[in-house]
Write a protein that binds this ligand. Structure first.
Ligand code: NAD
Ligand code: GLY
Length: 369
């Protein structure tokens, strides 16, 4: 295992690298300088990440002669809103950010998605660099160019595809992440094994606890393998016309559960994904696509690391199948009113299942509530 990795996301003239190592934040200027047309950047971050990492990043950039402006937003999912998007765009314009300037988003998926979307629409598109600081953002949201905000109708319903120019994934910053957030991000790591790489899932069964406990080399390896998996899929299907949908394994059920609790701390995104994956495997087993041993193996691994594996694991959750079905109909994979799910033929063998009868899904949910 290496302590530093570089993965390329190959997208023609929108290609970029993802660097994975400890200590990238305080060496950021070396990596970012080659992208600057003039020596200035704007860092967008949230209050929690700012307290921990804004000074070290800004000091490193300033020491290299780069002028730094900072925009600090509230932490949390509610920041991915029209209001914050408007304020952020107005602030970036007030700072006279030009199309060829670099906006740096430093934070978790919330800041990455919001600052990425603002960059996508500012002057019809300016460049941005991602410095993801949660495990979830390092393995998923910072790579692939999906940017978005939430609306009252659901999550990520207004957004754009806009690729970053560079991603710096510093695994050292994961040391300050609350254990629950780390576990939630781990749900997305496991997703890559389950959707297309059974060996990686086996590796995680063996080593997942070590990386959660703080082993940097295992963290670098897990982030690298996750980003490689995502980069491979995104390079084939940037705009999600086909294979990229597999990255949504667990998301249809997960988003419905998240929406029902109002995107609150009751269920973090990665926890919703883990629980959604278990439900997707259970539905797959019920429909005889995969065997129940695989489903039990998935459930056991999530339970072993402390992720939710049944709807009853969500504190105080109360919903009817109809409540959840109404959220499921807002899923972005719904087409012509028909439901699409990502199901599995086994571990590492996810597939797109179109036209799943709603009555069957509703019955399945009833049996799980
Ligand atoms: P988040 O951005 O809310 O971060 C979680 C919490 O951790 C926040 O309170 C944040 O302030 C704090 N934090 C961040 N880094 C920290 C650090 N190093 N130390 C201590 N605290 C830290 O949540 P998230 O889980 O990173 O991202 C979730 C979001 O990502 C959701 O909105 C989801 O829709 C989105 N997402 C997007 C994609 C995509 O492809 N664009 C993929 C997956 C998820
Ligand atoms: N997180 C799903 C995707 O990037 O496609």
């Amino acid at each position: 295992m290496n302590t530093s990795e570089k993965i390329s996301v190959n997208l023609g003239n929108r290609s970029y690298d993802v660097l994975v190592a400890s200590g990238l934040l305080t060496a950021a200027a070396d990596h970012i300088s080659p992208f600057l047309n003039r020596p200035r950047v704007v860092i967008v971050t949230d209050e929690t990440v700012a307290r921990l990492y804004l000074d070290p990043l800004a000091d490193n950039l300033c020491a290299a002669g780069i002028t730094v402006d900072q925009l600090v937003l509230p932490a949390g999912e509610k920041t991915k809103s029209f209001n914050h998007l408007e304020n952020l765009c107005e602030e970036l314009l007030r700072l006279q950010v030009e199309r060829d300037d670099i906006v740096i988003s430093m934070g978790g998926g919330v800041i990455g998605d919001l600052a990425g979307f603002a960059s996508a629409i500012l002057r019809r598109g300016c460049r941005f660099i991602q410095i993801p600081t949660t495990l979830l953002a390092q393995v998923d949201s910072s790579v692939g160019g999906k940017t978005a905000i939430n609306t009252k109708h659901g999550k990520n319903l207004v957004g754009a595809f806009h690729q970053p120019a560079l991603v710096l994934a510093d695994v050292g910053v994961l040391n300050t992440l609350p254990p629950r957030e780390l576990r939630a991000g781990y749900g997305e790591v496991v997703k890559y094994g389950l959707l297309g790489d059974a060996d990686f899932f086996g590796w995680l069964e063996q080593h997942g606890a070590k990386l959660l406990a703080g082993n940097a080399a295992y963290r670098v390896e897990a982030v690298k393998r996750s980003v490689e998996a995502k980069a491979g899929i995104v390079a084939q299907d940037e705009r999600e016309n086909g294979i990229r949908a597999l990255l949504n394994l667990g998301h249809t059920f997960g988003h419905a559960l998240e929406a029902h609790v109002g995107f609150s701390g009751k269920l973090l995104h990665g926890e919703g994904v883990a629980l959604g994956i278990v439900l997707a495997f259970e539905l797959s087993a019920q429909q005889k696509f995969c065997n129940s041993q695989d489903t039990q193996r998935v459930k056991k691994h999530f339970a072993d690391v402390g992720l939710p594996v049944s709807i009853q694991d969500i504190d105080g959750f109360a919903a009817t199948a109809d409540d959840l079905m109404s959220h499921i109909y807002q899923d972005k994979k719904v087409s012509g009113g028909k439901l699409t799910f990502i199901l599995a033929r086994g571990i590492g063998e996810a597939f797109v299942a179109k036209n799943i009868p709603p009555a069957r899904v509703s019955e399945f949910l009833k049996s799980n509530l």
